[in-house]
Design a protein around this ligand. Structure first.
Ligand code: SF4
Length: 281
C-alpha cells in the first residue's frame, strides 16, 4: 500500500489481512481526533475485509480498527498499534459499506466482526457501529483483548452476539512480559460477560516457548470452563506472516527464531481445553 495516497482515496477493503497500512490519519487535527473518540461519529480503521471464515460464525465482513494499548511480542499487525495509522471513516460511511453485505451475510449465516488493533480504544465508535449493525439485522461480533471492556455499558454489550475474547496467558507476570499490560481487566471482562450470559469464543494464540506452558494453559482452561458461557476455544497457531511489518516499521522483533507450533503441540493444547469440557479447535 502506498503511503502517499490521501486517506480518502484509499479503498476501505484491504488486499489481504497482512497489508501494511500506515499514516492514513495523520492529517486529522488533535481536536478532531478527541471529538471523534468522544462521540464515535468517526472511527479510525485499518481496513475492511470480506469473506472471512475465521472471525466468528459463518462468513463475515471484518472491520479492523487502528489503535491498541497492548504490545504483544507476537502481534502480526503492529501497524494497527497507532490509531493515526488508520483512515478516518465516518460512522455513516461504515454503516453504508456494511449495509451492502447485509443480505449476503444472512444467507451465509455470517455477520459483522469488529476487530483490530483493539476496537475498544475507540469505544464510542465501536458501540455505535455494532448497535447500528445489529439494528439492521446483522449478526455482530467483537474481537477484543478485553482490557477496556468496562467502557461498554450493559445495554451496549447486549448488542453484541458473540465476543471473541483473546486471553493471551493466565500468569500475570508472563502476561505483562508478553503484552506490556496486566491480565486482570481481561479476566474481569470475561466474568462480566458470563454474568450477563453473553457468548464468548475464546481465542488463544499458541506460541512455542511463550504461551505453551502446561500449568498456565490448565489454569486458563479451568477458568474458561467455569464461566459457563464459552461456546468454543480457537487455538491459533503462531506464524511469521507479520514479521515483515515489524522490520518495515523499525520495531525490534524478538521472535525471529520462533517456529510455528507442531501439530502435536496444537493437539496437546486443544486436549487441555477439551479435558475441562470445552470445545476446542
Ligand atoms: S492485542 Fe492484538 S493488536 Fe494488540 S498488540 Fe496484541 S495481538 Fe496486536
Amino acid at each position: 500500500m502506498s503511503k502517499e495516497k490521501p486517506a480518502e482515496e484509499v479503498p476501505l477493503e484491504a488486499l489481504n489481512p497482512y497489508e501494511l497500512r500506515v499514516n492514513l490519519g495523520t492529517k486529522v487535527s488533535e481536536s478532531a481526533v478527541q471529538a471523534a473518540l468522544r462521540t464515535g461519529d468517526v472511527g479510525f480503521l485499518h481496513s475492511f475485509t470480506t469473506g472471512s471464515t475465521v472471525d466468528g460464525p459463518g462468513v463475515r465482513v471484518v472491520a479492523w480498527t487502528s489503535g491498541c494499548q497492548f504490545r504483544c511480542l507476537y502481534c502480526h499487525n503492529p501497524d494497527t498499534w497507532n490509531m493515526m495509522n488508520g483512515m478516518p471513516v465516518t460512522l455513516e460511511r461504515a454503516i453504508e459499506a456494511l449495509g451492502k453485505y447485509r443480505h449476503g451475510l444472512r444467507i451465509m449465516s455470517g455477520g459483522f466482526t469488529l476487530s483490530g488493533g483493539e476496537p475498544l480504544m475507540q469505544d464510542r465508535f465501536a458501540a455505535r457501529l455494532l448497535t447500528r449493525a445489529k439494528a439492521i439485522g446483522i449478526h455482530t461480533a467483537l474481537d477484543t483483548n478485553g482490557f477496556l471492556g468496562e467502557r461498554l455499558s450493559d445495554q451496549e454489550l447486549d448488542q453484541i452476539d458473540v465476543v471473541l475474547l483473546d486471553i493471551k496467558t493466565w500468569d500475570s507476570a508472563r502476561h505483562q512480559r508478553l503484552t506490556g499490560k496486566d491480565v486482570g481487566p481481561t479476566l474481569d471482562f470475561a466474568r462480566r460477560l458470563a454474568d450477563r450470559k453473553r457468548t464468548i469464543w475464546l481465542r488463544y494464540v499458541l506460541v512455542p516457548g511463550l504461551t505453551d506452558d502446561v500449568d498456565d494453559i490448565n489454569q486458563t482452561a479451568t477458568f474458561a470452563a467455569g464461566l459457563g458461557n464459552v461456546q468454543r476455544v480457537d487455538v491459533l497457531p503462531f506464524h511469521q506472516m507479520g514479521r515483515y511489518k515489524w522490520k518495515k516499521l523499525g520495531i525490534n522483533y524478538t521472535l525471529d527464531n520462533v517456529s510455528a507450533p507442531s501439530p502435536e503441540l496444537i493437539e496437546r493444547v486443544c486436549r487441555q481445553f477439551t479435558a475441562v469440557g470445552l470445545k476446542a479447535y
